[in-house]
Design a protein around this ligand. Sequence first.
Ligand SMILES: [Zn+2]
Length: 79
Amino acid sequence: MQCPECGSTSISKNGRQRGKQNYLCKACRRQFIETYDPPSPYSDEFKRECLKMYANGMGFRSIERVKGVHHTTVITWVI
Ligand SMILES: [Zn+2]
């Protein structure tokens, strides 16, 4: 469990909000809920396939056409 703002692990529970556990960072006082990061809509398997295509010399826009994933999304996986 880490603060999404400063990465501190000094977290205290801060009650519940709309059925979700609410947390408070003791370091920066930021409040956040447990499911702060939305899960990626793409699986690791899917990412690996796209990165393999990139490694084989395909451009981002070619990958976008073949896999239906936006090229800027692929770029964030490469860097
Ligand atoms: Zn914090």
